[in-house]
Design a protein around this ligand. Structure first.
Ligand code: CA
Length: 234
């Protein structure tokens, strides 16, 4: 029998913790929970969960510090649970190695989507499917990484090398949010920080692949954070 993925919830608000537990249990996950950051660290070490849901506002240790400590020794996927108004912490958490974030209040499908994506990009599952894939398809958009070609409903899309690199990066991480800083460093190298150039290239890329660039379907904007490639069209 296949072992169900184990999710560790580190969250001090009972209502949210119970809500998440109920959803996860009824969708085939096993759940462990704690309301303290210190215990969360210890439980990650002893139970080796497949994914950690980490609240940023914890009573004992700050969620950001829990994440820093975790990242010293484990790549276990971490989805940060943040409150509205914690924009800065959210970006900081992603840059410190969190895999994704979810903002309270959130719905069932959003929670499950974030967990599925985090599990798919986790080191444990990387060998199996996501690594070395040579094609990507969502809706009418197809990318062939081997040939470096992009098509939309069968028609070739002509991208500049930079536009292609951005699209390839986002699509290889489909479903996952990538911060502006992360994208800039991956495309232009560790010493750049030019968010204007990214915005210009993104606008051009969207004009070429989106039906309505103002309401994009493929590359979604995460306000104040970065971009996320859709895994399926909604
Ligand atoms: Ca809290």
């Amino acid at each position: 029998m296949e072992l169900k993925p184990l999710v560790l919830i580190v969250e001090d608000e009972d209502t949210i913790c119970n809500f998440m537990t109920a959803i996860l249990n009824s969708n085939g996950y096993r759940v462990l929970k704690t309301d303290s950051g210190g215990e969360g660290l210890a439980m990650t070490a002893s139970y080796s969960p497949d994914v950690v849901l980490l609240d940023l506002g914890l009573p004992d240790i700050d969620g950001i510090d829990v994440l820093k400590k975790l990242r010293k020794w484990t790549k276990t996927p971490v989805v940060v649970v943040s409150a509205r108004g914690q924009e800065q912490e959210k970006v900081e958490a992603l840059d410190l190695g969190a895999d994704d974030y979810i903002v309270k209040p959130f719905g069932t499908s959003e929670l499950l989507a974030r967990i599925r994506t985090a599990l798919r990009h986790s080191p444990k599952s990387m060998g199996a499917e996501s690594k070395g894939k040579d094609q990507f398809a969502v809706g009418d958009l197809k990318i062939d990484y081997g040939r470096r070609t992009v098509s939309l409903a069968g028609d070739t899309v002509h991208l500049t090398p930079v536009e292609y690199k951005i699209l390839a990066l986002l699509s290889k991480n489909a479903g996952k949010v990538l911060t502006h800083d992360y994208i800039i460093k991956e495309i232009w190298g560790p010493y750049s920080s030019d968010s204007h150039t990214l915005r210009v290239n993104m606008a051009n890329l969207r004009r070429k692949i989106e039906k309505n660039p103002g309401e994009p379907n493929y590359i979604l904007t995460e306000v104040g954070v970065g971009y996320r490639m859709a895994e399926e069209l909604t």
